[in-house]
Ligand binder design. Sequence first.
Ligand SMILES: Nc1ncc(C[C@H](C[SeH])C(=O)O)cc1Cl
Ligand SMILES: [Zn+2]
Ligand SMILES: [Zn+2]
Ligand SMILES: [Zn+2]
Ligand SMILES: [Zn+2]
Length: 302
Amino acid sequence: THSYTNYNSWDKVQSWIAAISTSNSALISKQSIGSTYEGRPMTLLKLGKKSSVTKPAIFMDCGIHAREWISPAFCQWFVKEALSTYGSDSQMTSLLDQMDVYVLPVFNIDGYDYTHKSNRMWRKTRSRTSGTSCLGTDPNRNWNAGWCSKSEPCSETFCGSKVESEVEVRNVADFLRRNKADIKAYLTIHSYSQLVLFPYSYTYDLAADHSELLKVAEGASSALRGLYGTRYTSGPGAATIYPAAGGSDDYAYDIGVKYSFTFELRDTGRYGFLLPASQIKPTCMETMLAIKYIAAHVQENL
Ligand SMILES: Nc1ncc(C[C@H](C[SeH])C(=O)O)cc1Cl
Ligand SMILES: [Zn+2]
Ligand SMILES: [Zn+2]
Ligand SMILES: [Zn+2]
Ligand SMILES: [Zn+2]
């Protein structure tokens, strides 16, 4: 059965989504945003006090990269925490009263399932591109944000045959475009390296909101560090990790979602993508503090 302190197979996550989304009709609902390349349902969870009026929102996705298993584990943890602390935790109560939080538990479901069944180190989607026998496109290189145009289909960071060639990317990009007036923050969860990144990665140029985003990223990192002392580095993607084009955070920022952050969760390389399940709980607990810090800042600036 499903466990918040284990890495759940796609089948277990899928049944968890069905159960949790009907567990509390006052606080959570689900909606389909389409299907993956292999036909798996992309179900978006909507957290927040039910309202007849549209509320400002935060969008968070996990599992863009298949092998980064701690990421979907965090999204599941976040949903559980939100529902179980609403009414007792004043900040979570305020957040869900004032805003909606959209959570996509696993973005790249085909890839995630493939890492469970075949190749634990797979990163990309599982789509086929004509003219090559190599599979998959990097879903974090496929967005219309400085898109790379020239790249190798067999590369781990293949940008795709065109912008939004990946149906998973198109499904989420469409949702962001449809709701961009209300979406105030975009959070995308990855591993590993222990980083809080913000735009831009596709250029070394500083974002218009660079100083504010840096302040928020540093505040989130220090909130996280307060629990177990885990050290995160904050900064714009290009200079902090590597320059790279076609990423989701840059795209969200460029369509007007100001508070756009990429998290790289534990660890710094000892286990890397193979983070032991024993670290799921501490990782999720400390990451909650960072996410809540950002959410509070977003609320302050509504
Ligand atoms: N815009 C971006 N933001 C963050 C990253 C880092 C992640 C780390 Se797994 C990636 O390589 O896709 C990469 C890009 Cl292109
Ligand atoms: Zn498995
Ligand atoms: Zn990643
Ligand atoms: Zn990563
Ligand atoms: Zn603030």
